[in-house]
Design a protein around this ligand. Structure first.
Ligand code: ZN
Length: 304
């Protein structure tokens, strides 16, 4: 049996929100078993608490946003991916604005903070969602599906009509250590023309080459270049791990995605959860202990 986890010590992140450009402070605090991952908009009066689950997703246009009447928190996906990689089921997140800080555009700063905070095992078992039947969501040329598999696997294909990106494909057989080493540091990316449109519309105000890979006509504009040759598809897989964690359980199944994004990722979770014949919850899954449940020390984050 795998046990639920929380963090051992509180840890604080500060940085700008990608879209608001505002400085935001975010503190993760330990939580009891059964709490879940709960954001608290402590800058609002009264504070608004929002559980990070698919039912609370209110917007998926540029990032994944959760909300309750009176308040939202957007761009939660990279933090969610880092929490997932450490098997954190329960944590309180006090946040002073409507967006999770973008940090360097990847999940690596969050992973480093959580690693430093440490992990505590709680006295309650955790459940895994085992996929029994295929579930698919299609939107034009975009598609995402999950099929039964012994493992949590994510295969992702993307293609752009841009010479600097063209098409990339990767398949991750999920294991916490692999994910943290090879995926967590992959950064958000955008095309210069899109970034300029977003800024003209008052979005991406906090966006810069410090927190995103920006692609111009001639290629990547960031002077340091890419962290991985195929950083874009790695980032999309990291986004998917964060978005799919909103199912509330680690998924045992093979996710196959073509040009998917936050919207389709969310719609797959909703479709899967609504199809009660397509999955079952188990406490002990043969594949799970080997791939979920990172040791507390002794692993390395990818050096950016
Ligand atoms: Zn992302």
């Amino acid at each position: 049996v795998a046990y639920q986890r929380t963090i051992k010590n509180s840890t604080t992140f500060t940085g700008v929100g990608l879209h608001s450009g505002k400085e935001i402070r975010m503190t993760l605090r330990p939580a009891d078993s059964g709490t879940g991952i709960v954001f608290h908009r402590v800058d609002l009066t009264p504070a608004v608490s929002i559980e990070a689950v698919s039912a609370n997703v209110v917007n998926t246009r540029l990032s994944t946003t959760i909300g309750k009447p009176g308040g939202v928190v957007s761009t939660i996906e990279h933090l969610m991916a880092a929490l997932f990689a450490f098997g954190i089921d329960n944590v309180h997140i006090d946040i002073t604005g409507p967006e999770v800080p973008i940090m360097d555009g990847s999940a690596a700063p969050f992973a480093e903070g959580i690693r430093s905070a440490g992990i505590t095992l709680l006295q309650r078992s955790k459940k895994f969602l085992v996929v029994k039947k295929p579930v698919t969501v299609i939107d034009g040329d975009k598609k995402i599906s999950v099929i039964p598999s012994r493992y949590y696997r994510i295969s992702f294909g993307l293609s752009f009509s841009h010479p600097a990106v063209s098409s990339q494909f990767r398949s991750l057989k999920y294991a916490d250590q692999t994910f943290l080493r090879d995926y967590a540091a992959a950064r958000t990316f955008g095309f210069l023309a899109e970034v300029e449109t977003l800024k003209a519309n008052g979005l991406a105000r906090g966006g810069s080459l410090e927190n995103a890979v920006v692609i111009g006509d001639a290629g990547v504009l960031n002077p340091e270049g890419l962290r991985f040759r195929d950083e874009f598809v790695r980032h999309k897989i990291m986004d998917a791990v964060g978005d799919l964690s909103l199912a509330g359980y680690a998924i045992i199944g093979h996710v196959k995605a073509v040009k998917s994004g936050h919207d389709l990722n969310h719609r797959l979770v909703q479709e899967l959860l609504s199809r009660r014949d397509a999955w079952e919850l188990v406490e002990q899954e043969d594949a799970a202990p080997a791939v979920f449940g990172l040791p507390f020390q002794g692993f390395a984050l990818s050096k950016a």
